[in-house]
Write a protein that binds this ligand. Structure first.
Ligand SMILES: Cc1ncc(COP(=O)(O)O)c(C=O)c1O
Length: 391
């Protein structure tokens, strides 16, 4: 990226490469015509690659929350029991969605920054009758915590024959998530995160088991009707007018993904996250999540107690040209959040770290270590890694 441009390091939207931006500047087409069918066919095929699934994956024209609402609205009916691990702001919202559709959430609460274990879920499944689904947030964006027991939870879901609904909005493509291998029935992703695409699309994968459940639900939403999406897919159309410019962008973003390769994309996110974690350790800043629960895509350090959040972030933006997000929910003012996703690379990570070091010092934090020393340590994390060229 050009250094004079603002560097967006929030947990979405991300910086979008010019190639994907330019893709949107194409004439509109008839969405009930051959040209659209060709576009839609490519998108559907490449989304399967992104999700590592043989299932259908629908590009819904709404933000991530719309994707969550699509999943819950079609699959959860009045009185359905749903196990929901709650460990942050977005899992709270997921619980709220379940309540709005008449579901009965069975919460498994963990401290913010930690996550439930597979035993916690197993205990509930053993003690509760007629559980319909497990719904969880794989990567809790408010705390930078990844629920690492997901593969084991997937096995439990299969054993107990319950649906597994996963909000992977802030992590799909930024960490390993093979939808079919892990037995995920419904997986939700967002265009504005690791896809390096503009905001406005939620991509949702749907298993056969999920279709069967939706078929029994008479009160499916009208606009967000899963079965209508399936029916229209049969003729390579969408039920309603899609946001064509975003479809053009997604088509291009998926081509970029295939050029880079899924493994490389995940690995790039992993390396960049490791560099951030190392830098914060060197700076003496703890993160909310620890060990392998630490996210590959959202890094959430605690602010030094003598540093004012607003001053720190405003200065970081104005003086160093780097935008990071504030803390979410009860962590507001106490943490800040880095979205290390999309096009993130060595230069973006180093520029962010340099800016943060500068702005922390400007706003009152005394560093025991010289910025150059931190940088040279961080550089080593990247040694030998070959970055895909977005720009
Ligand atoms: C885990 C998670 N779920 C849901 C959402 C909501 O997505 P949106 O703001 O695109 O509706 C976000 C957004 O950051 C998220 O990180």
């Amino acid at each position: 990226m050009e250094t004079k441009e603002l560097l967006l390091m929030i947990p979405g939207p991300t910086n979008v490469p010019p190639r994907i931006m330019k893709a949107m500047f194409k004439p509109m087409i008839n969405h009930r015509d051959e040209e659209f069918r060709a576009l839609y066919k490519n998108i559907l095929e490449n989304l399967r690659y992104a999700f590592q699934t043989k299932n259908d994956v629908f590009p819904l024209t709404c933000s991530g929350t719309g994707g969550v609402e699509f999943a819950i609205g079609n699959l959860i009916s009045r009185g359905d029991k749903v196990i929901v691990p709650v460990n942050g702001l977005f899992s709270e919202r997921l619980k709220e969605e379940i309540i709005r559709f008449g579901g009965v959430p069975i919460e498994i609460r963990s401290e913010w920054g930690s996550a439930c274990s597979v035993e916690d879920v197993k205990t509930v499944l053993e003690n509760e009758k007629d559980v319909k689904a497990i719904a969880l947030v794989y990567n809790e964006t408010s705390t930078g915590t990844t629920l690492r027991s997901l593969p084991e939870i997937g096995k439990l879901a299969k054993k107990y024959d319950v649906l597994l609904i996963v909000d992977a909005i802030s992590v799909l493509l930024g960490d390993y998530l093979p939808v079919d291998e892990w037995g995920v029935d419904v997986c939700i992703a967002g265009s504005q995160k690791c896809f390096a695409c503009p905001p406005g699309l939620a991509m949702v994968s749907v298993s056969e088991k999920a279709y069967e459940v939706a078929e029994k639900n008479r009160f499916r939403p009208f606009y967000h009707d899963l079965l209508a999406w399936r029916e229209f897919k049969g003729r390579l159309e969408t039920p309603f007018t899609p946001v064509l410019p975003l479809y053009y962008a997604l088509d291009e973003a998926l081509k970029v993904l295939k050029e880079e390769g899924l493994e490389n994309r995940v690995q790039r996110h992993r390396v960049c996250a490791q560099a951030f974690y190392m830098a914060f350790e060197e700076m003496g800043l703890d993160t909310v999540a620890h060990g392998d629960l630490r996210s590959n895509t959202v890094i959430v350090p605690w602010l030094p107690t003598n540093v004012d959040d607003r001053r720190f972030r405003e200065n970081l933006k104005k003086k160093y040209g780097v935008v990071v997000a504030g803390g979410g929910g009860k962590l507001k003012g106490k943490t800040f959040r880095i979205g290390s996703m999309g096009t993130v690379s060595k230069s973006e990570v180093l520029r962010t770290i340099r800016g943060i070091l500068g702005s922390l010092t400007d706003t009152g934090y005394n560093l025991d270590i010289k910025p150059d020393e931190i940088e040279s340590k961080v550089e080593k994390v990247f040694s030998g890694f070959k970055f895909y060229q977005f720009y």
